[in-house]
Design a protein around this ligand. Structure first.
Ligand code: R5P
Length: 334
C-alpha cells in the first residue's frame, strides 16, 4: 500500500493509552501518523484511579493500549475504567490492545480449589466494554477462546526472527526451554534453517524449576533459547546452565515479554548468557535495565500499528504472518 492510501484509510480512529506503557502507545501513533488521544489517568489522594477522556469519542473506532503487566492489578483496573468511560461516551467500537496479557499463566485448574484467573480476567475485560481484543504472544494460544469477542493474536516472531537473521550466528541451534514452546521454536528453526533442541523442564514452585534432560545436540553450537516471557528468570537460568554443561558455545535468549520480577536481575546477570533480546510489550523495569549491555529491546510498535490499521480497515491480520515477501517489510514502513 502506498503512503497516501495508508493515511487516507485512517479516518474516525483514535488511539488512547493508560499508564502501563505510554512509550509504546506513542510509537504506535508515530507508525500510524496520528496523535495519541488526550486523556487524564491519575490517582485520587486515597489511591483510587481518577480518569477523564478529554476529547470527543462519539462514534469513533477506539484502540486502547494497555498491557496488564506489573503492577498488574493497577493496570488492569485502569484498563477496565478506561473502557467503561469510552463506552459511556458512545465510542463506536473499543479494541482492548493488550501487548501483554497478565494472569495468563493461571489458565487451568492444575490442582484443586484454585481459580482460573485467565478466564476470569477475560470475562471482566469483555464485560467492561471490549468489543475486540488485540494481543501478542499469549502464554497459551487457547486463551483466545476465553474472550467471547474476536481476538487477534499477534506473534512477535517476525520481529525477533528478523533480528536473529541479521545477527547471522554460525553453528546455530534453537532451543525451547519447555515442551509448550515447541511449535513456535519449530517456526524459528524453519525460518533460520537451523536445528531444534528441547529442554525438559518441570516447575517445582513459583521461582523454582527442575530440568531433566535435553533432547537434541548443542555441543559446540551457539544457541538461542526462545520463550514467551521471562518472569523470575528461573527457567532461563536453569536452561542456560544445563546447555553450557552440555557444551553449548554462546547462549542468546529471545523472549517477547520482559516481566522481570523476583530475583530475575541477579539470576540473569549470573547466568552464562551472552544477550537477552526482548520486546517493548512491557516497559523495561529496573531489573531489566540493570542487565546493562546484556539486554536488547526490539520494538513491536510497527507490528501492533500495522495490525490496528488492518483491523480498522477490515483487512486480513493473519496475512501479516504469511511467508510472502511483501508482508514482512511493512512493519518498518515508517
Ligand atoms: C512457562 O511456561 C513460560 O513459558 C515461561 O518459561 C515461564 O513462565 C518463565 O517464568 P520464570 O522466568 O519465572 O521461570
Amino acid at each position: 500500500m502506498d503512503r497516501k492510501r495508508f493515511f487516507e484509510s485512517l479516518d474516525n480512529i483514535k488511539i488512547f493509552s493508560g499508564n502501563a506503557n505510554r512509550p509504546l502507545a506513542q510509537k504506535i501513533c508515530e507508525y500510524l501518523s496520528i496523535p495519541l488521544g488526550d486523556a487524564y489517568v491519575g490517582r485520587f489522594p486515597d489511591g483510587e484511579i481518577d480518569l477523564k477522556v478529554n476529547e470527543d469519542v462519539r462514534g469513533v473506532d477506539i484502540f486502547l493500549i494497555q498491557p496488564t503487566c506489573p503492577p498488574v492489578n493497577e493496570n488492569l483496573i485502569e484498563l477496565l475504567m478506561f473502557m467503561d468511560c469510552l463506552r459511556r461516551a458512545s465510542a463506536a467500537r473499543i479494541t482492548a490492545v493488550l501487548p501483554y496479557y497478565g494472569y495468563a499463566r493461571k489458565d487451568r485448574k492444575d490442582e484443586g480449589r484454585v481459580p482460573i484467573t485467565a478466564k476470569l480476567v477475560a470475562n471482566i475485560i469483555v464485560e467492561a466494554g471490549a468489543d475486540r481484543v488485540l494481543t501478542v504472544d499469549l502464554h497459551a494460544a487457547q486463551i483466545q477462546g476465553f474472550f467471547d469477542v474476536p481476538v487477534d493474536h499477534l506473534l512477535a516472531f517476525p520481529v525477533l526472527c528478523n533480528y536473529y537473521q541479521n545477527l547471522n550466528l554460525p553453528d546455530l541451534v534453537v532451543v525451547t526451554p519447555d515442551v509448550g514452546g515447541i511449535k513456535i521454536a519449530r517456526a524459528y528453526s524453519k525460518k533460520l534453517n537451523v536445528r531444534l533442541a528441547i529442554v525438559d523442564k518441570r516447575r517445582t514452585g513459583p521461582e523454582e524449576t527442575e530440568i531433566g534432560f535435553i533432547i537434541g545436540d548443542v555441543k559446540d553450537k551457539n544457541v538461542i533459547i526462545l520463550d514467551d516471557l521471562i518472569a523470575t528468570g528461573g527457567s532461563i537460568y536453569q536452561a542456560a546452565l544445563i546447555l553450557k554443561d552440555k557444551g553449548a558455545k554462546d547462549i542468546y535468549v529471545g523472549a517477547t515479554h520482559p516481566v522481570f520480577c523476583g530475583s530475575a536481575g541477579e539470576k540473569l546477570l549470573a547466568a552464562p548468557i551472552k544477550e537477552i533480546a526482548v520486546t517493548d510489550s512491557i516497559p523495561l523495569n529496573s531489573k531489566g535495565k540493570g542487565l546493562g549491555s546484556k539486554i536488547k529491546v526490539l520494538s513491536i510498535a510497527g507490528l501492533l500499528g500495522e495490525a490496528i490499521r488492518r483491523i480498522h480497515t477490515n483487512e486480513s491480520v493473519s496475512s501479516m504472518f504469511s511467508e510472502t515477501p511483501e508482508t514482512q517489510p511493512v512493519f518498518g514502513l515508517m
